[in-house]
Design a protein around this ligand. Structure first.
Ligand SMILES: Nc1ncnc2c1ncn2[C@@H]1O[C@H](COP(=O)(O)OP(=O)(O)OP(=O)(O)O)[C@@H](O)[C@H]1O
Length: 331
C-alpha cells in the first residue's frame, strides 16, 4: 500500500548570527543553510497493520508522514501510496487517506461536532447512506454519543481527540497516518484511542503508520516498527527484535527467599559492569552486559538467598535511549 524509495526531503533555512549588527546585515544579505530532514529513506508497508515509527525529536518522522500525505513534495526519491503519487493530491488519493495529528484540529471549534461531521461528508463527497453508516459506526466505536451535539470548544481534550478521529476517518480511508495522536491525553483517553485504532484496522484492513512518544501506544498496537535517527532509517522489523538489536544489556530478575545483604552481594563478585537496578528484601534486578549473563547466573546460583532467576529484556524506553544515543541523535 505504501512504497517509499530513497526519499530525501530538504529544507532551506535562513541562518542569522545573534545581535543587532547581524540583524541589520541580514536585511541586505540573508544566509541560507540546507537542512536534510529525511535522507535516503526506503520502506514498504502493507494493509491490516499498525506500523510504529519511532525516533527522537527532530529525527524526520513528521516530515516523512507529510510526504506520504502529499503535504510536502520530496526533494528526491519516490513515494507511492495506493498507487498514487501523494504530492499530486489527486481527489481519488485524498479519499483514501486519513491524517490525524495530535492537537492539530480539523473540527470547527464553534460548531457542534455533528455539524463538522456533516461538513466532512461534503468534503469527501460521501453519499448520504454511506455517510450515515460510517458516522454511526464511528460514534459507537469511539463512544461519542453523549457529547456529539456539543460545540467542539466545550469538550475535554480526550473527547475532542476522539471526535477528531471520527472526522478524519469518516470516509474509511485505507491508509491512515497518525502523528502523536495521544499527545497530552490522560491514561484512560489513551487507552480508548488505542482500542479504537486496533478495532479500525481489524474492521477495515487499513494500513496505519503511527508515531508516538508514548511507547505504551507502540507496544499495544505494533508488531512491526521502524526507527529513524537524524533523518536515516536505522531499523525496520519486528518490535520484539528491536531489543536484541539495540540493547547491549539484559535484565536478570532474581527472587529472594530471604534478604540478601550488600556484603553478601559484593562477595558474589559479579562484575564491575553489572548494575543493580532494584534491590529489595524479596527481589534483585540486575542489568548485565549480554556476553556476561552466563557468568552472573552462575554466581547468583551459588547464593542460598536466590530462589528463581528470570532473564528479561530492558524496558523499551531504555532500549530506545541506548539506540538513539548510539546513532548520535539528541534523544
Ligand atoms: N518547515 C520546515 N522548515 C525547516 N526545517 C524543518 C521544517 N520542518 C521540519 N524541519 C526540520 O527537519 C527536521 C525533522 O523534523 P520533523 O518535524 O520531521 O521531526 P520529528 O521526528 O517529527 O520530530 P518530533 O518528534 O519532535 O515531532 C528537524 O531538524 C526540523 O527542524
Amino acid at each position: 500500500m505504501i512504497v517509499v524509495d530513497d526519499l530525501v526531503r530538504e529544507f532551506e533555512v535562513t541562518v542569522r548570527e545573534p545581535g543587532l549588527k547581524a540583524a541589520l546585515r541580514s536585511i541586505v544579505h540573508r544566509e541560507h543553510r540546507t537542512v536534510t530532514a529525511v535522507e535516503n529513506v526506503s520502506f514498504t508497508a502493507g494493509g491490516g497493520q499498525v506500523l510504529g515509527f519511532l525516533g527522537p525529536n527532530g529525527s524526520g518522522k513528521t516530515t516523512t508522514l507529510k510526504c506520504l500525505a502529499g503535504l510536502l513534495t520530496p526533494t528526491s526519491g519516490r513515494v507511492e501510496v495506493l498507487g498514487h503519487t501523494p504530492s499530486r493530491r489527486d481527489p481519488e488519493f485524498l479519499r483514501q487517506l486519513g491524517f490525524v495529528m495530535g492537537q492539530r484540529w480539523q473540527l470547527h471549534i464553534d460548531l457542534p461536532v455533528m455539524e463538522s461531521f456533516d461538513l466532512h461528508r461534503v468534503t469527501y463527497g460521501l453519499g448520504s447512506r454511506e455517510y450515515e453508516d460510517s458516522r454511526d459506526e464511528l460514534i459507537e466505536m469511539l463512544g461519542l454519543e453523549p457529547f456529539v451535539m456539543q460545540q467542539a470548544r466545550k469538550l475535554s481534550l480526550g473527547q475532542r481527540m476522539r471526535c477528531e478521529f471520527a472526522a478524519s476517518l469518516m470516509h474509511r480511508p485505507q491508509v491512515v497516518l497518525l502523528d502523536e495522536p495521544t499527545l497530552g491525553l490522560d491514561f484512560e483517553a489513551q487507552v480508548q484511542i488505542r482500542e479504537f485504532v486496533a478495532e479500525y484496522v481489524a474492521r477495515t484492513g487499513a494500513c496505519v503508520l503511527l508515531t508516538s512518544h508514548y511507547l505504551a501506544d507502540i507496544e499495544a498496537l505494533c508488531q512491526e516498527v521502524m526507527t529513524i535517527s537524524a533523518g536515516h532509517l536505522t531499523y525496520h522489523g519486528p518490535l520484539r527484535d528491536v531489543q536484541a538489536m539495540a540493547s547491549d544489556t539484559k535484565r536478570l530478575r532474581a527472587q529472594l527467599v530471604r534478604p540478601l545483604p550488600e556484603n553478601e552481594l559484593a562477595a558474589l563478585d559479579l562484575d564491575g559492569d553489572v548494575n543493580v537496578v532494584e534491590h529489595s528484601t524479596t527481589e534483585l534486578v540486575l542489568e548485565v552486559p549480554r556476553g556476561r549473563t552466563g557468568h552472573v547466573v552462575g554466581r547468583l546460583e551459588q547464593s542460598d538467598a536466590v530462589s528463581d532467576l528470570t532473564m528479561v529484556d530492558p524496558p523499551l524506553e531504555e532500549t530506545l535511549r541506548q539506540l538513539y544515543q548510539r546513532t548520535g541523535a539528541d534523544a
